[in-house]
Design a protein around this ligand. Structure first.
Ligand code: NDP
Length: 477
């Protein structure tokens, strides 16, 4: 096989305009808050990037009160077309500052620059553009003639797509006339804080958006605050369940976007080269830190060997390393804790009898790294076939008939996404109607668009984000 040598092509780190310290954003201003501070590190080399103010319970209270005032006095009363102008402005500034945001995201999260540059940041801008367009058309959205906002939204987001998740949460909430208190993940607070700066730059009225960095306790305080009328959470199923228990018995509205264990199903008539690319994109995009990752490959037995040969060859060409290098396909694992979890579950896979394979791959000495990994000989009872690993690890299972594929795909407590690879349109429609998954991709995987609703079944959560459906969670009707 021909191999290509690539000279390093690093993005300039200075573009990130990294500062030594970051404050929280409350009532339109950056403030220290009453809490301590914490360090955020670069997972690619473990170097400290910045010191970040940590929001305490009293900061949460101040932010919720500011959000309430902004809701009562300004934002909920403003005509939709005026709110839309602010959102368009935010979208445009995200585009203008796209390179800065992309480099900062890759530094703080560890994801390859080509993903933050081509996926995360453009999609974040697209979400603001899309919902800006809805702001003056809410009465035509199908939620009654006079849909009203709900109030203050408490939003807690994870570390895998930091800016994009902030956009998913903020854009529909603001378009619908709500104000927001957003808690980014502890390991990736930086781009949400630059987004707060962008809100300031766009002259967004004070208090409409508040960004409170912190750990789980800050998130819990946001969720529990009596002044919050709507809670939106993306993260682990475990914390999602905890939040559901906490919110039960209150009149808070809740949407949860939780984990997944998606089946990516390849039939014998599928174009295998294309499917190989789709499988790689399905599980190795963003190091597999993707709730809808295609982490279970179900391949029809008659083409399993051929597909695995092609997959192994392709994995051998993936480049792992410096996230800021434009040639990098696989970046760093986001944290030491996540790396430990991936290692532990991979060890369980071996202990339970599955065969583990990775291409020859030199891991950098410092930082958190895990090679792209395939497990074959996996049975449905294995933990690696049932639990979310949230890393670059693919479990391969086989099937003989479409019914068997369907039964295996649906044999999961989750239900966020699925993929089907086949030449037959009728089979795609038949499978898609029977798969218990919120998103089903056909002959592609991990495609996102702000116009398309996204969300899960069962333990993957409830409620939809994106599209017209995404407005529903933020409207009282
Ligand atoms: P969490 O669910 O703990 O984190 C998601 C967000 O919730 C973070 O902002 C977190 O803060 C916050 N949080 C934590 N505890 C609470 C609480 N009690 N109340 C309110 N907010 C809280 O995910 P982890 O980062 O711990 O990852 C653990 C596992 O979850 C991963 O290994 C992966 O399997 C899964 N995961 C799934 C995601 C998805 O999109 N489906 C996204 C991220 C993780 P903090 O960052 O400080 O912990």
């Amino acid at each position: 096989m021909v191999t290509w040598e690539y000279a390093p092509a690093p993005e300039a780190r200075d573009t990130a305009r990294l500062r030594e310290s970051y404050q929280m954003f409350v009532n339109g201003e950056f403030v220290d808050g009453a809490g301590a501070s914490f360090k955020t590190i670069n997972p690619a080399d473990e170097a400290v990037l910045a010191e970040v103010a940590e929001a305490s319970e009293s900061d949460v209270d101040t932010a919720v009160q500011a959000a309430r005032r902004a809701y009562d006095r300004v934002w909920s009363r403003m005509p939709g077309r005026e709110r839309g102008k602010y959102l368009f402005r935010i979208a445009r500034i995200i585009q203008e500052r796209a390179r800065e945001l992309a480099v900062l995201e890759s530094l703080d999260n560890g994801k390859p620059i080509k993903e933050s540059r081509d996926v995360d940041i453009p999609l974040a801008a697209a979400h603001f553009f899309y919902y800006a367009g809805w702001a003056d058309k809410l009465e035509y959205a199908g939620f009654g003639p006079e849909p009203r906002p709900i109030g203050v939204a408490g939003q807690v987001i994870p570390w895998n797509f930091p800016l994009l998740m902030a956009a998913w949460k903020l854009a529909p909430a603001l378009a619908a006339g709500n104000t927001c208190v957003l808690k980014p993940a502890e390991t990736t607070p930086l781009t949400a804080l630059v987004l707060a700066e962008i809100c300031q730059q766009a002259d967004l009225p004070p208090g409409v958006v508040n960004v409170l960095p912190g750990a789980g306790a800050t998130g819990a305080a946001v969720v529990a605050h009596p002044g919050v009328q709507k809670v939106a959470f993306t993260g682990s199923t475990e914390v999602g369940k905890e939040i559901q228990r906490q919110v039960a018995g209150t009149d808070k509205r809740l949407t949860l976007e939780l984990g997944g264990k998606a089946a990516n199903i390849v039939f014998d008539d599928a174009p295998l080269d294309q499917a190989t690319e789709g499988i790689v994109n399905g599980i190795f995009f963003n190091q597999g830190h993707v709730c809808c990752a295609g982490s279970r490959l179900l391949v029809q037995e008659s083409v399993a060997e051929e597909l695995l040969t092609s997959l192994r060859r392709r994995l051998g060409t993936l480049r792992l390393g410096d996230p800021l290098d434009k040639n990098t396909d696989i970046g760093a694992i986001n944290s030491a804790a996540q790396l430990a979890k991936i290692r532990e579950l991979s060890q369980v896979g071996e202990d339970e009898g599955a065969s583990r394979w990775s291409p020859p791959c030199v891991l950098p000495e410092r930082g958190f790294w895990f090679p792209p990994t395939l497990f074959t000989g996996v049975s449905q009872a294995h933990r690696i076939a049932r639990e979310e690993i949230f890393g670059p690890v693919l479990s391969v299972l086989t099937f003989r008939t479409p019914d068997e594929a369907l039964a295996k795909a649906n044999n999961t407590p989750y239900g966020l996404s699925a993929g089907i690879w086949t030449e037959k349109g009728s089979r795609i429609l038949w499978m898609a109607s029977k798969l218990r998954a919120g998103v089903v991709w056909a002959n592609t995987f991990n495609r996102f668009d702000p116009t398309s609703p996204f969300g899960g079944y069962q333990e993957s959560g409830f409620g939809r984000e994106g599209g017209r459906h995404g407005l529903e969670a933020y409207l009282a009707h």
